[in-house]
Every structure is written in structure tokens, then in C-alpha cells.
Design a protein. Structure first.
Lengths: 202, 516
């Protein structure tokens, strides 16, 4: 391949249709980026965040990346959130509300279908979902949808058994820590097991 | 200056616009590029002087001053003035005593702001993420640009060369955190820091004065013998929060990457319009062309970032008394070659007679034309599959029902449950968000009744009130009036809740939000 083409391939604004862009989005927390294999959240893939106790700070963990996606004009679909995503607080944290899509499904099947559509559409930067129980086969479908749409599939789940086979490329567990949040990397490409503490804005 | 691998002698950045080049030789097993965040801070110490163009115009020492009367102080001084001992923050009278022939120029903050935005638009050629640091700096996220420019050294050399051409002096700082990069630039510590673990040692010698702390905090730190960034980090965290200001901890955490530090991206305007005030009144063409070149270099960077060119260029030469001279330059094909555009202006100037000296020079481009088929950014507005968001909304609504797919928007009401509402997706009222005190990310609708144990609110464990009360009494006009005292409460499990006590009728406790 010519040198010019090689140069072109490495340009940050270039992507190739043949191979899905294996790109990562900075988490906004450099200490966390440092322990993740792609130095950020994997785009076009599935991330599971295990939250033993809801409200531990899991949303704060993903807000900087969501704000960045919104600023780039990508949609943020919230599929079946457990409560009302509170607009004044989200706006104060720099989330582009005009890019939020709040999807309420009556049942888990509708929510998973909606998440899959949103992931596949190519217009969403991130799709957030809170499935109670989900069969590994459905997870695999979400992973494929995320790949084809180049979106960040983000599932918040209670404690799942560690041996549970999951296609997620990244699985984290978050726990409240004394001054913020402890994040444990349970599964990732390369070597999992890292644990970092991040501070949350008061 | 070209990135390695280029033999064509053309600007490598032009490749930015090649669209649809099918990469037949792509290797599916190729490892994805890992691009950790890296920030380049540009600090412009002589910006007030450079914006006025005063330095070039005079053979005498020049200082830029601000304020009035006895409080007039120096904000920038050129090399000649500096040699006589004139320093920043010195009073104007002291400066004149040191350098009797000192020329004083008044600071022009409007021109500085416009120049900084022009520079931000220009910097778009190096990265897709530029953020302003007011009043005299820029932050460029360069992690994603390294591969294209052939590595950090090559990129820095390219930026350095381009900024020298603009005739700005800049201090560089490179670090994995934006604040870290900024502090390194401020103290002139130019050796790049690429690993987070190396950052604490490099930031340790940064004096407090460069940290832009509130004066009270800086003084109280001085009083306990703290002089540098590193000293702050060694203080016990609890003591710092109690004795100085909890924001200091947040500042240190942001600098060292332990806390998120989101920056506002600068979005260049859809058309290009810039003007430069000229040093004194200018009549000769060569001096005009020096100013024009700076404008054209900025324009070229702006166009390169947008993969565009210009076909019509409007020059405005403003005079003191006469109406402005307007020169319109038409090109046959769009271009963004600063040298070519400068040549065209030179030719045009040779054919006109200026009625009067020029006091400022402006350039305007109303239409940006694609210079080649434009590339589509990975995260571009249209999304990578080129899908249409209307299609997605329609598909979801056809199955779930219209009301199940909504946008959200803030609403101007003090009652928490009415401070937001659903709206058509994409139609949120954007604007300055109301400056509420802390608000939770989740709202419970309706609020959940809390049990009490010995009069204290209880929710699956004891709740400790940490902040509050914030009294909200509102809504008497529409019958849905409320009177509540809101508190933040910390659960033993670490979750922070937003709860309130009803002040009317049955004075119960309710859970209304989760900070999550």
C-alpha cells in the first residue's frame, strides 16, 4: 500500500466500512482510562456495569462520556430507566438534552427490542438500558446491534453471577467508596482485575 | 514539516478530505488503535500585546495597560520594556519611571476574545477538540491526532511552526489531563508528560500563584507554609477540606486525573469573519500584507478543519474618517492556500489608491465551499450508518406508542416535579440551565413515603442528613402549591438521596430523588 494511503488510514477522522471502527471514548476519568484496554469505553460494543446497590454513583461514572457524545451530535437513548432522568441536573452536567431519547417500554421484551433498534440505527452514540434479567442470547444480539450501529451499549445490572457467560467486552462493578466510587474491572480484553477509585463532584 | 511518508510535497492535511477511498489493503486482524487522551495546552503570555500588533510597530518599549487612575497596571510588556525591568502587574507609573520612553497601549479585551476564537478555529486543523481557556489559552485534545501527524514530536513541531507563522508566542504543556497540561504550560515546563503516573512529580513544583486559586485560599495556604502544588497534595485531605476550601481538593483531583474535568468544545462559526486592529495608522502595502497574512493563516486553518475552501473573499479596510474601502476578491476555483490568497490581495492593492490610512483590516467569507468531497467524521452529525433519527423515533413509536418515546427539557418552575417536562425529541429548550443548588440525576415520580424511626427518616437503613434544609414553597397560583424542606441524606450503603419533609398537614418524610 502506498505511503499516502497508509497515512490516510491512520487519520483520526477516517474510518473504514470493512472493519467496524474499534474506537474507544475516553471515560473522562484518566485513572480509569489508564486501566481500560482501549483507554476508554469501547464504542460499537457492550459494556455491563454491575451495581450491587442502585444509586451508588453509576450514572456519574458515565456522564462525562455521555456529555461528549451529545456534544458531537449523537443521540443518547435511555431505554426503560428505573426513575425519571432529571432534566435540570443533567443539563447542569453538560448533557445535551436535545439529544436525549427517553424510551419507556411496558415489559422487558419491548425494552430489549427498543435498545436493539436504537443501537442498530447508527444515530445513537450511547444506548442505556436497565434489564432485570436477560438471556445471554439476547445480550449477543445487543452486542451485534452495537457493532453494526457503532454505538456504545451500556447495561446497568444488579449483581450477576461471575460465571454467567456474557458477550460484553467490558464488565465493571461499582461500589461506593469513602470519597467517591470504587470501580473494579471484572472483564475486559487483556488483563482484568484492576480496581481504581475515582472522585465524584460534590 | 510534512509528516513522514509524504513525497508529493503537498500538505498532508489535505488527505483529510479524501472520502470514499476504498482501503482495499485493509487488514482485518489489525489491532485497533489505542488512543489515550492527551492534552496540549497553549498559553499565550504576550497575547494582549500581540493582539494590538503594537510590538512590531514601534522601536520603543511598549506595555499594555488595563484599569484606570492609580490602579492602572501592566498586563503585558514587550522584550524592550522587559529589559528595562517593566514587569506584569506593576503599576503604570512605576513602569514609566523605569522606562521613560515607554509607550502605553490600552488593553482591548474584545479584540483579545475575537483573536482567541480565531486561533481556536485555526487549531481545528490539528484536532477535532479545541477548548478555550479564557483569556489567553487553548486546550487541544491531541491523543487522537498523534497517529496522523506521525507522533507527538512531529505534531508539536507542526503546531509550533504554525503558531510561529501567526506571530504569536506560546508556551506548550502536554499532559494526560487538561488542567495538568495547562499548569505545565503556565510555568513553561515544556517537556511533555504522557503517562499519568509521571504527572504528580512534574506538577509538584508549580507555584500556588499559577493555580488561579481564590485569593483567600492562596493566602491561607501561604500562612501554613504551602508554596507549591506538591505541598498541597501532601496535606491531609480532611484538613484541607475543613481549613481551606473543598474546591481545592477537587482542583488537585482534576489536575491528577482522579476526577472528571469535562471541557466545552469550541465550535467554529459557520462563516469566517475576523478583523485586526493595525498598529497605528497604516498606509503602506507591506505592513497591510503582514496583518493580512495572519488573517489568511487563521482562515486556512479554519478551512482545513472544515475541509473547505473559499471562492469569494471580502476585505474591509477601515479608515478613521472616510467610509471603509471594500475589496472583493473572486477566485475561479475554491482555495485555502494562504500564500495564493495573499498574492491576490497584493495584486489588488497595487491597483487601488487608498483614500486614507487604514486603522483596521477585516476579512469575511460568507460561503465555505467543499474543496474536495468532505470526509465524514466517525462521530459526525449524521452517525456512521448515515441513519436518520426521525426514522428511529418513528419506528419505536409505531410499536410502543407515541407517548413512550419522548425528549426531556427543563422547565422554569421551582417545584422539583415541575422543573422538567417531556417534549418532542430534539426540541429541548436549550439555554443557560437554571443555577439550582444540587439536584439529583434521578427523580422519583411520585415521591415515595419514607418510614421514620424515632422521628428520623429511614429507608432500608438510617439516613444521615448531610445538606439542607433547602426550603421550597411555591405554586400557590395554580393550586398545586407545595411547602417542603429538602435535604440530602447519606445512606450507610453510600447512596445519596434527596428527601424532603412535608411542612403542611401530615409532616411526613418523602424520598424524591437519587444522586446516583
Amino acid at each position: 500500500m502506498s505511503a499516502a494511503l497508509e497515512q490516510l488510514r491512520r487519520h483520526p477522522a477516517m474510518w473504514r466500512r470493512e472493519t467496524p471502527p474499534a474506537n474507544a471514548l475516553s471515560t473522562g476519568f484518566p485513572v480509569l482510562d489508564e486501566v481500560l484496554p482501549d483507554a476508554g469505553w469501547p464504542m460499537g460494543a457492550l459494556t455491563e456495569i454491575l451495581v450491587p446497590r442502585a444509586g451508588a454513583g453509576e450514572l456519574h461514572l458515565v456522564l462525562p462520556a455521555l456529555a461528549e457524545l451529545g456534544a458531537r451530535g449523537r443521540w443518547l437513548a435511555w431505554v426503560g430507566p428505573p426513575h425519571v432522568p432529571y432534566a435540570p441536573a443533567l443539563a447542569a452536567r453538560g448533557i445535551a438534552l436535545s439529544r436525549i431519547l427517553w424510551v419507556r417500554g411496558d415489559n422487558p421484551a419491548q425494552q430489549l427490542w427498543s435498545a436493539e433498534q436504537a443501537l442498530r440505527s447508527g444515530v445513537c452514540g450511547a444506548v442505556l438500558a436497565w434489564p432485570a434479567r436477560v438471556h445471554p442470547r439476547r445480550l449477543r444480539r445487543l452486542q451485534l446491534a452495537a457493532e453494526s450501529g457503532g454505538a456504545w451499549a451500556l447495561l446497568f445490572r444488579g449483581e450477576a453471577p461471575p460465571e454467567d457467560a456474557s458477550p460484553a467486552s467490558l464488565r465493571l462493578r461499582v461500589m461506593p467508596a469513602e470519597k467517591g466510587l470504587a470501580v473494579e474491572v471484572l472483564k475486559c480484553r487483556g488483563k482484568p482485575g484492576a480496581r481504581v477509585e475515582i472522585a465524584l463532584d460534590e | 514539516m510534512n509528516a513522514p511518508g509524504f513525497s508529493r510535497g503537498s500538505d498532508p492535511l489535505d488527505l483529510h478530505e479524501w472520502k470514499g477511498v476504498e482501503s482495499s489493503g485493509s487488514d482485518p486482524l489489525e489491532k485497533p488503535a489505542v488512543t489515550p487522551r492527551l492534552w496540549l495546552a497553549l498559553y499565550l503570555p504576550h497575547f494582549p500585546l500581540e493582539v494590538l500588533g503594537a510590538e512590531r510597530a514601534s522601536l520603543l518599549p511598549v506595555a499594555v495597560i488595563t484599569g484606570g487612575g492609580a490602579r492602572t497596571t501592566v498586563v503585558a510588556a514587550d522584550a524592550r520594556a522587559a529589559r528595562t525591568g517593566v514587569r506584569i502587574a506593576m503599576s503604570a507609573s512605576a513602569a514609566c519611571a523605569l522606562a521613560p520612553n515607554l509607550i502605553l497601549a490600552s488593553r482591548d479585551e474584545t479584540a483579545e476574545a475575537a483573536a482567541l476564537e480565531g486561533l481556536a478555529a485555526w487549531a481545528g486543523q490539528f484536532t477535532s477538540f479545541v477548548s478555550l481557556v479564557l483569556p489567553h489559552g487553548l486546550l487541544l485534545e491531541i491523543g487522537g491526532s498523534l497517529a496522523f501527524f506521525g507522533g507527538l514530536d512531529a505534531l508539536l513541531a507542526k503546531v509550533r511552526g504554525a503558531i510561529d507563522a501567526l506571530d504569536y508566542s506560546a508556551c506548550f504543556g502536554v499532559a494526560p489531563t487538561p488542567l495538568g497540561a495547562w499548569l505545565l504550560a503556565r510555568v513553561g515546563s515544556e517537556e511533555p508528560v504522557t503517562a499519568l503516573h509521571a504527572l504528580p512529580a512534574r506538577l509538584a513544583p508549580v507555584p500556588l500563584a499559577y493555580m488561579d486559586l481564590p485569593r483567600r485560599v492562596e493566602e491561607s495556604l501561604h500562612s501554613i507554609g504551602v508554596e507549591h502544588f506538591g505541598d498541597c497534595c501532601r496535606l491531609p485531605r480532611d484538613g484541607v477540606a475543613r481549613r481551606t476550601d473543598p474546591r481545592l481538593l477537587a482542583y488537585l483531583d482534576r489536575a491528577l486525573g482522579k476526577r472528571a474535568d469535562p471541557r466545552q468544545p469550541y465550535t467554529p462559526p459557520p462563516t469566517f469573519q475576523r478583523r485586526l486592529s493595525l498598529p497605528g495608522d497604516v498606509k503602506d502595502t507591506e505592513t497591510l500584507l503582514i496583518a493580512a497574512e495572519r488573517l489568511l493563516l487563521e482562515l486556512a486553518g479554519y478551512l482545513r478543519a472544515r475541509a473547505g475552501g473559499v471562492q469569494t473573499l471580502e476585505w474591509h479596510l477601515a479608515h478613521r474618517r472616510s467610509p471603509a474601502t471594500r475589496l472583493v476578491i473572486e477566485l475561479v476555483t475554491p482555495s485555502r492556500d494562504a500564500g495564493h490568497l495573499l498574492l491576490l490581495l497584493r495584486e489588488r492593492l497595487a491597483r487601488v489608491t487608498l483614500v486614507e490610512a487604514v486603522v483596521y483590516l477585516g476579512v469575511r467569507v460568507r460561503t465555505i465551499l467543499p474543496l474536495a468531497p468532505s470526509s465524514q467524521d466517525l462521530f459526525g452529525e449524521e452517525g456512521i450508518a448515515g441513519g436518520d433519527w426521525h426514522t428511529l423515533v418513528e419506528r419505536l413509536r409505531s410499536r410502543l406508542g407515541r407517548d413512550a418515546v419522548q425528549g426531556i427539557t427543563p422547565s422554569a418552575d421551582h417545584r422539583p416535579e415541575k422543573a422538567w417536562r417531556c417534549c418532542t425529541p430534539g426540541e429541548s429548550v436549550t439555554g443557560e440551565p437554571a443555577r439550582y443548588p444540587r439536584r439529583p440525576l434521578w427523580l422519583l415520580d411520585p415521591p415515595e413515603v419514607l418510614q421514620t424511626v424515632a422521628g428520623d427518616p429511614w429507608f432500608d437503613g438510617k439516613l444521615h442528613l448531610t445538606h439542607g434544609p433547602e426550603r421550597i414553597e411555591s405554586g400557590w397560583w395554580d393550586g398545586d402549591d407545595i411547602a417542603r424542606d429538602y435535604f440530602e441524606a447519606l445512606h450507610t450503603g453510600g447512596t445519596r438521596y434527596w428527601i424532603y419533609r412535608e411542612l403542611r398537614e401530615r409532616r411526613g418524610w418523602y424520598l424524591h430523588g437519587i444522586f446516583a
